[in-house]
Design a binder for this molecule. Structure first.
Ligand SMILES: *Cc1c(COP(=O)(O)O)cnc(C)c1O
Length: 361
């Protein structure tokens, strides 16, 4: 990336597969802009819903093996839609403490009784699920946690939901396109189907390299969202050219499996090399590889020092992450070369503060 005229090697993008500038994706975008114009002009239910949207919804539903999918303009809106359309006063919603902000906001906005359970602690969740309660119960989790890179204990969550009559909603923003033999995400990797996880959300701004989001599930789920979700109804439809570009990126994702193999190889290479430096890494098998440094000052200093060496690695601080766990959030992409990973590790090794801090933490 070029920032203020200086070239930087970036490790901060969620474009995990390098599809944002894939020639076929760019061509599809340009061709569709010529055909449809730039803006959709209206909300989906008025006149903004075009053939490209419809085709993309069908292709996404087929990709994640669910009857239907519904496009949203952003993942934030999709998450608000699901929880507020399905739950209300008298219902209960249970969320992992480290869920994405949009899921937490959705839980609060729904008016349901809101309970956050300790990160990935299915025992603690089950203890809350057995308490008597009224109405519906929904368990909400990230598939891959966006700041830690770990995968939720999805099989155990699905079993707990089955045992206690709760429905499970998974936000797979960081798993789709990356995890699973076919890139269908963290649910494919965990061997879970639409019965285990009736509600799935995916974003298009990450591995798809475009913009927007979708929810996939049963006809009843999709009709309910389409008819009642305010963040679907009262907003301008995604530009059709973005839908067309996403169709091309979905095809590229399937035609070029080397992309997901490569990004995961980069993460593994980084972990091997970083381990020899004594860097404290989190348990993550995904392209998100945080280096937790503790204090905000340490994280910012490390990020600045890397920047001076031409590497862009953002410092992530509270309240985005819990107090005392400020970190460098490193993300890899299929667009990186092996040599880029090596360069990053070398630069981290030259930050004595980073290594010492991590050792002592
Ligand atoms: C990025 C992200 C979102 C929000 O998606 P946008 O399309 O960027 O609004 C939701 N959930 C998770 C886990 C995310 O990482």
């Amino acid at each position: 990336m070029r920032v203020d005229g200086t070239g930087l090697l970036a490790f901060c993008s969620n474009d995990y597969l390098g599809l944002a500038d894939h020639p076929r994706v760019v061509e599809a975008f340009v061709a569709a802009a010529h055909e449809w114009g730039v803006g959709s002009g209206a909300s989906h239910l008025v006149s903004g819903h075009c053939r490209e949207h419809h085709a993309l919804e069908e292709e996404l539903a087929a990709f994640v093996r669910r009857p239907r999918a519904l496009l949203f303009s952003t993942g934030y809106m999709a998450n608000l839609a699901v929880v507020t359309a399905l739950l209300g006063r008298g219902d209960r919603v249970f969320e992992d403490r480290l869920n994405h902000a949009s899921l937490l906001d959705a839980g609060l906005a729904s008016g349901a009784r809101f309970s956050r359970y300790p990160h990935a602690d299915v025992g603690a969740l089950a203890a809350r699920l057995v308490r008597p309660g009224t109405g519906r119960a929904m368990v909400v989790t990230d598939g891959v946690f966006s700041m830690d890179g770990d995968v939720a204990p999805l099989r155990e969550l699905a079993a707990a939901c089955r045992a206690h009559g709760a429905s499970l909603f998974v936000d797979d923003a960081h798993g789709l396109g990356v995890l699973g033999a076919m890139g269908r995400g963290s649910l494919e990797a965990a061997g879970l189907d639409a019965v285990d996880v009736p509600i799935l959300m995916g974003t298009l701004g990450k591995a798809f390299g475009t913009f927007g989001a979708f929810v996939a599930g049963s006809h009843e789920l999709i009709e309910t969202l389409l008819q009642t979700a305010r963040t679907y109804i009262y907003t301008t439809a995604l530009p059709p050219a973005v839908a067309a570009a996403t169709r091309a990126s979905l095809r590229a994702m399937q035609d070029e499996p080397w992309r997901r193999e490569r990004v995961l190889q980069h993460a593994a290479r980084f972990r091997r090399e970083a381990a020899t430096l004594g860097l404290r890494l989190l348990e993550s098998g995904t392209p998100i590889q945080p280096v937790v440094l503790g204090s905000e000052a340490a994280a910012v200093a490390a990020s600045d020092a890397l920047r001076a060496r031409g590497l862009w690695v953002p410092a992530i601080r509270p309240p985005t992450v819990p107090a005392g766990s400020a970190r460098l959030r490193i993300t890899f992409s299929a667009a990186h070369a092996d040599a880029d990973v090596d360069l990053l590790v070398e630069a981290l090794a030259r930050l004595p503060a980073t290594v010492a801090q991590a050792d002592g933490a």
